[in-house]
Design a protein around this ligand. Structure first.
Ligand SMILES: Nc1ncnc2c1ncn2[C@@H]1O[C@H](COP(=O)(O)OP(=O)(O)OP(=O)(O)O)[C@@H](O)[C@H]1O
Ligand SMILES: [Mg+2]
Length: 559
């Protein structure tokens, strides 16, 4: 066959798929609309969302130059992917695809210049309607959303507004949501520093939020960026198709990153104590050879199991036993109190990306900054002093201890609070304790203790885990003698146990049998966890926002 020069093509079905699937979240789609309005040189963008039963009406209205000629309609609105001309002077626009994200969420009616355009991809696919419009300034987009997102993707309209606010916070023209302005011009704010590339605010929140010309791109956790805060580029960053990541070869970003690195070194030098993510990022910088040992050797960098921090110099000079254990482990705490061992948080090796024998961790880390001579003389002994925690805790084998409230984790406290409200323990109080031999024990009258590691191993999100917990508690309820130490099951025990189980089977839900309270426990634990998470997130966000606003000099918003 003779040669043929051919070209790859795209089936229209693929375009429909791209439109429907490039969409991430509704707030991102709104952001596309806002960016388009700014590209069209608008002075203001107004957004609103009105609920209509299980549907909702979203509108984005701007006063920019609009679409005014039929040629523009065909090339820019109808056709996807039309390349941009240099003369269009675009800010963010790259792909001529962005409007597809708005199409994906609902039936779109655009009114701009002399045109009214209706697109309904869900019901009409790629076919759309062009009609006459009485000429209006700018562009008015109404989207009849295929599903009301409130109560589904966003708990309330206010939370939808906040999500949009996060995305448009530093764009240059006013963006209003139901009349409330969501953004500030970065030129008017107080930043830690500015340069030709960007505005920088350091030391707020737990992540570094990156904005491309005022538009949110993504957040980098501060243990990776080394410093928390906000950076807003003044020039176009090279971003990916979804505009949620910056290419690592972007020259503006490379320069901005230098400022970020300089600033995190400065933060470390200025402060004698660092926060948790700063500590981890310092250790990571040491590992990667970006930080000098001498600069940070006397700053607490390594967490012990009680959350205190230890300097690398102290570790280097340590000649006794050391180990890794769970955060808050009471036996590890005792080992430290008695000076028997240093116990570090067991998550450390993993967070540094170390997968070898844990005893080699510090030797491995020091490899990055110590000379061969220094490494052998000062760091190699640590491997020999390492003892697995299992070995060290053996000496506590026979002890049974009850943990006091201050030694309990939030989750443990929550579990106890729910259990102790249930009427089925006949006056016995439920505790959490430590034992190497028993999963639980009781004095037969006033308390029952659940062993911490047993509880830890239960998956309380499932009925199986809850069942195992209640089986243990029922078992202990059936004992009316002290079960710490020895543990025998006489006839009396089996009679009690049987009565308890049978009272449930007979369907008596007011029963004093613990088994009857299982599903109530499961429900409450799930709810309290969701509620805790919600409250935590809300509090954290509010605090961070307030802190950032304060630093930036934004006056408290009128709600
Ligand atoms: N609010 C608007 N006012 C005027 N013209 C608009 C408006 N929104 C969209 N357009 C026109 O529609 C075109 C397509 O918008 P779309 O968002 O799909 O692509 P883009 O902005 O060019 O590039 P990108 O895919 O990177 O967003 C724009 O280039 C512009 O010509
Ligand atoms: Mg666009």
């Amino acid at each position: 066959m003779s040669q043929e020069q051919r070209t790859l093509t795209m089936h229209p079905k693929l375009l429909l798929d791209v439109i429907q699937r490039q969409a991430g979240t509704l707030e991102k789609a709104v952001l596309e609309g806002v960016m388009n309005a700014i590209e069209a040189r608008a002075n203001t963008v107004k957004i609103s969302l009105k609920e209509k039963g299980n549907k909702a009406l979203l509108s984005i209205v701007d006063d920019g130059r609009g679409i005014t000629t039929r040629e523009e309609v065909e090339l820019f609105f109808e056709q996807f992917g039309t390349p941009h001309e240099e003369s269009e002077n675009k800010i963010w626009a790259q792909f001529r695809m962005g409007r597809g994200q708005l199409f994906a969420f609902g039936k779109n009616i655009w009114r701009t210049g002399p045109f009214k355009m209706t697109v309904d991809v869900k019901n009409k696919g790629l076919d759309w309607l062009l009609e006459k419009n009485t000429r209006s300034k700018g562009c008015k987009i109404e989207v009849e959303l295929y599903q009301n997102p409130i109560g589904y993707n966003y708990p309330s309209i206010a939370s939808f507004k906040e999500r949009i606010q996060e995305l448009v916070r530093f764009v240059s023209i006013p963006v209003l949501f139901d009349g409330e302005q969501l953004n500030n011009d970065p030129k008017e704010l107080e930043w830690t520093c500015k340069d030709k590339n960007a505005y920088y605010l350091f030391g707020v929140g737990e992540e570094l939020k990156v904005y491309n010309l005022g538009v949110y791109v993504h957040s980098i956790p501060s243990y990776r960026s080394g410093v928390s805060g906000i950076v807003v580029s003044k020039k176009q960053l090279k971003v990916n198709f979804a505009r949620n990541d910056v290419h690592s070869d972007c020259p503006i970003w490379i320069d901005m990153n230098k400022v970020i690195i300089k600033n995190r070194k400065k933060t470390r030098q200025q402060r004698r104590s660092l926060d948790k993510s700063e500590r981890l990022s310092t250790l990571i910088d040491l590992r990667d050879g970006v930080e000098d040992y001498d600069e940070v050797k006397n700053i607490g960098l390594v967490h012990d199991v009680n959350g205190r921090v230890v300097t690398l110099e102290k570790i280097r000079k340590h000649k006794g036993a050391w180990t890794f254990a769970k955060h808050g482990d009471i036996i590890a705490d005792k080992l430290m109190q008695q000076g028997q061992a240093l116990c570090f948080d067991e998550k450390l090796p993993e967070s540094l990306g170390f997968t070898g024998n844990p005893g080699r961790l510090f030797y491995w880390l020091a490899n990055a900054f110590a000379s061969d001579w220094d490494l052998e003389k000062n760091w190699s002994h640590l491997e020999g002093c390492f003892k697995p925690f299992k070995e060290l805790r053996k000496q506590f084998n026979s002890s049974y201890s009850i943990l006091t409230s201050q030694n309990l984790t939030t989750t443990e406290k929550r579990i106890l609070a729910i259990l102790n409200k249930m009427p089925c323990w006949k006056g016995r109080e439920i505790h959490i304790g430590l034992s190497m031999t028993a999963a639980g024990w009781t004095d037969g009258a006033s308390y029952i203790v659940i062993e911490r590691s047993f509880l830890d191993g239960l998956y309380l999100n499932s009925s199986v885990g809850v069942g195992a917990l209640f089986a243990l508690l029922s078992h202990e309820m059936a004992h009316d003698i002290n079960t710490a130490g020895s543990h025998t099951h006489g006839e009396e025990f089996f009679r009690n146990f049987h009565d308890m189980i049978m009272s449930v089977e007979s369907g008596d839900w007011r029963s004093e049998s613990p088994m009857a309270w299982m599903s109530s426990f499961e429900y409450q634990i799930k709810r309290s966890r969701i509620e805790d998470r919600r409250i935590n997130e809300r509090d954290k966000k509010e605090k961070q926002q307030a802190k950032a606003d304060k630093k930036l000099g934004i006056a408290a918003k009128v709600k």
